[in-house]
Design a protein. Structure first.
Lengths: 529, 253
């Protein structure tokens, strides 16, 4: 039955290959096309779930490498491949796009933009998390802050748009999000005192359709949460690809820390819309609603984790929900139509809040701010979660999460704004070692109630994939790629890949065979039965 | 010839306030490894007139700014130019203070090392065993206080940052006691570990590797060390001499 389904789906893929098109409708219908992987998180709901069933808890022990692709540059590989019509599109650090034959891993074309030697990348390693595809184009956001459209067949540049000025510290690491006729992109740079935004560009021309700042200007709603000129360098990076609800026509996108990160003296107030989730009207970028997780953040707890969309019965009626396992140690469930706060559940050790009140606001403990001599607070500076993806299975209704159990000694320092230089006001020393650890956890998506956990030796920086084969795939900092039973978290299979895993797994099928892909070290590994 | 030197001196002129502010920063960011007042600890002592890796202020600034990641010194946090200047002022003031006089005699310390059997587990300049850390450059890695404690009560702080692997600041040479599924008991020091496997070296230097799923028990003996405590085995003067000897290892020759 499953084999037949995969065969049919593969035949469908071959049929679409003839037209060599990936229209918006096909991405919106990604759940019905599990042989492909058409967007960063697998579908617009950002669930990172594969409906393929061939690799299952019964046979995953027979998983073996199908091929391996070695990156041409060294550096951390955080890419999630996109697969469509026999081709895999990956990014290599820092901003190279490569198309691979999905059957063999042989390169078909590669494109590297001219990145100046003095490119400013403050706030992360020089990484890239992947491309977006739409129609006959592939899109990449680069570290020198260009959004570039390439021809899917040849890698030729179709258009190249400068999103903002890298000299002021703006740069990009995220995979763009392709929706109907538009490419949505966010920005990094809050560690250099940028003013963050989310942009939309016309997919055919590269012309900007709209820009929504994550920090309001004087007179705009929310500007009362900033003092004086502080909004100008208010931060609010939009690091990580958001989610999209085509029916509501709303884009869900997280925002990062206010600037300077660890010294909030010059920016008293809540500092909207930093450390928040924004729901933007896809038509014009207007903020339909916002929810701020960490008002006046001083620990760098970006809300740039993946917002996951799902519908579920709650108190007797079906609701459209959005959930985020936030860097600040709490898992939030909101109504995605109006942003109403529904629940928050602590999912890792934290020492900064006496819980979350009924409106969703944290009850911050005194004495938890960074200090010159150092203040020990949990979770750590990288958070209980970070950019890497959780997974939601519509089958088990569980939210799968790779959690970091570690604290940080937080320091406050001077902050001196000079364009294109660090504007952080402190930092932290992670209290890692044998006292810290990681865990893959599964909890009920609607309630946050823990179902199981599988401990990892150290805090991870790698995401998860759940599959209809009853599996959860994940990666460890020490290089272990593994499959757990999605029902109970029992480890079924693992393999040492020889380099830290700092990427997200994905799955696809070709010629009737299912594969799972993950980057580790400086290579991309593809496994099949 | 004199003019540039004068300019350089002016550029780095350091006020008492800088030293005070630098001390405050140092206590937050640096003292955990370099000790209060820079007397050393898990990291080397800085209260010496010449710092091998930071002979001029620009190289000291680079170390404060970037750390020495391959030698286990992290960049604890980003610092502004001004904060770097204050830290430099304070670190240089440490070197101008009276140097910490080593109580012991390093020649005698070398003899203590030889006769106490240290080399059965440790290597210095290519000679010795592999059960414990290589000590060939230990004098530039650790402060005298840390070395003294490591001799008297080695279990109080297991070494970190000696080996490249395991990274992530895990305790190195952690004593392990594992029991296999068949009931065989094995003890040794952890060499490496991941979520699914663990490697250890036993007292004979034999490497043992296990999948965790094949073990009935894994006991990580935190608070213990495979090295005996020398508190009651050496005279106070012998400890001083041995610390003086170890502190001299790896310095400029």
């Amino acid at each position: 039955m499953n084999r037949l389904l995969i065969l049919l789906l593969s035949l469908m893929s071959i049929a679409t290959a003839a037209s060599a098109q990936i229209p918006y409708q096909r991405i919106a219908g990604a759940d019905g096309d599990p042989s492909s992987w058409l967007t960063y998180s697998g579908n617009y709901q950002a669930q990172r779930f594969s409906a393929l069933t061939q690799i299952s808890r019964q046979n995953v022990t027979q998983l073996k490498p199908a091929w391996v692709y070695q990156m041409r540059n060294s550096g951390i590989v955080e890419t999630t491949p996109i697969v469509a019509d026999g081709v895999m599109y990956i990014t290599e650090p820092p901003s190279t796009v490569t198309a691979l034959d999905v059957r063999t891993g042989r390169p078909l074309w590669t494109y590297t933009p001219n990145i100046p030697n003095d490119v400013i990348i403050i706030g992360s390693p020089p990484v890239n998390r992947g491309v977006a595809v739409l129609d006959d184009l592939v899109f990449i956001g680069t570290v020198h802050t260009h959004l570039i459209a390439l021809d899917r067949r040849s890698g030729a540049v179709r258009w190249d748009t400068v999103v903002d000025d890298n000299k002021n510290g703006y740069y990009m690491t995220l995979a763009p999000l392709a929706i109907d006729g538009k490419i949505i992109i966010g920005i990094s740079g809050a560690e250099t005192g940028i003013r963050g935004f989310i942009d939309a560009y016309d997919a055919k021309t590269g012309k900007r359709a709209w820009r929504t700042y994550t920090v309001p200007a004087p007179g705009e709603p929310g500007s009362e949460t900033w003092k004086g000129e502080s909004w100008k360098n208010g931060g609010g990076s939009t690091w990580v690809t958001g989610a999209f609800d085509p029916a509501l026509n709303l884009i869900y996108w997280g925002t990062g820390n206010p600037g300077p990160d660890w010294n909030g003296d010059e920016r008293p107030g809540d500092n909207l819309y930093t450390c928040a989730l924004l729901a933007l009207d896809a038509k014009d970028g207007k903020i339909k609603w916002h929810f701020q997780f960490t008002p006046h953040d001083v620990h760098d707890w970006d809300a740039t984790e993946i917002p996951v969309l799902f519908d579920a019965a709650l108190n007797g009626r079906t609701r459209k929900l959005v959930a985020m396992a936030n860097r600040n140690a709490f898992y939030y469930v909101l109504d995605r139509e109006n942003g109403q706060f529904l629940s928050a559940t602590q999912y890792v050790k934290q020492t900064w809040a006496d819980g979350i009140d009924e409106k969703g606001r944290p009850k911050v403990k005194p004495g938890t701010e960074p200090s010159i001599e150092g203040t020990l607070v949990y979770p750590d500076i990288t958070g209980g979660a970070n950019w890497f993806s959780p997974s939601y299975s519509p089958q088990t209704k569980l939210f799968y999460h790779a959690a970091r159990e570690v604290g940080t000694m937080y320091y406050k320092g001077e902050a001196d704004y000079k364009p294109g230089t660090a504007f952080t006001g402190g930092g932290g020393r992670r209290m890692d070692g044998d006292v810290s650890y990681g865990a893959v956890r599964a909890w009920e998506a609607t309630t946050g109630k823990l179902k199981w956990e599988f401990k990892l030796l150290t805090p991870p920086m790698a995401g998860l994939l759940s599959t209809a084969g009853g599996l959860v795939f994940g990666g460890a900092e020490e290089g272990n790629f593994f499959a757990l039973d999605a029902e109970n978290g029992k480890p079924i299979w693992d393999l040492q890949l020889g380099g830290a895993i700092r990427s997200n797994p994905m799955s696809f099928a070709v010629d009737g065979k299912q594969y799972v892909a993950i980057a580790a070290g400086s290579a991309l590994f593809v496994f099949g039965l | 010839m004199f003019v540039p030197i004068l300019i350089a001196a002016l550029a780095f002129s350091q006020s008492p306030t800088d030293v005070q502010k630098g001390k405050q920063l140092f206590e937050g960011l640096c003292s955990r490894c370099h000790g209060f007042d820079g007397t050393g600890g898990e990291g080397p002592n800085l209260n010496r007139p010449m710092l091998t890796r930071a002979q001029d202020d620009e190289s000291l600034r680079a170390i404060i700014r970037d750390g020495i990641p391959d030698r286990g010194m992290p960049r604890v946090r980003r610092t502004t130019d001004n904060e770097q200047r204050q830290l430099i002022a304070y670190v240089r003031s440490l070197g101008r203070a009276a140097p910490a006089t080593a109580a012991g005699d390093r020649q005698k310390g070398s003899a203590v090392y030889q006769r106490s059997g240290c080399s059965s587990c440790h290597i210095i300049d290519g000679q010795g065993g592999v059960v414990g850390p290589d000590l060939s450059t230990i004098g530039v890695q650790r402060g005298p206080g840390y070395l003294r404690q490591a001799l008297l009560d080695p279990a109080a702080a297991l070494p970190r940052g000696v080996q490249v692997i395991p990274s992530r600041n895990l305790d190195e040479f952690l004593p392990l006691r594992v029991v296999t599924r068949e009931g065989r008991q094995v003890s040794g020091a952890r060499v490496n570990e991941d979520t699914f496997t663990i490697q250890l070296r036993d007292a004979n230097g034999q490497l043992l590797s296990f999948r965790k799923a094949d073990l009935r028990e894994i006991n990580k003996e935190f608070g213990k060390s495979l090295m005996p405590a020398y508190k009651d085995r050496l005279q106070a003067a012998e400890v001083d001499d041995l610390v003086a000897y170890l502190s001299s290892l790896g310095g400029a020759k």
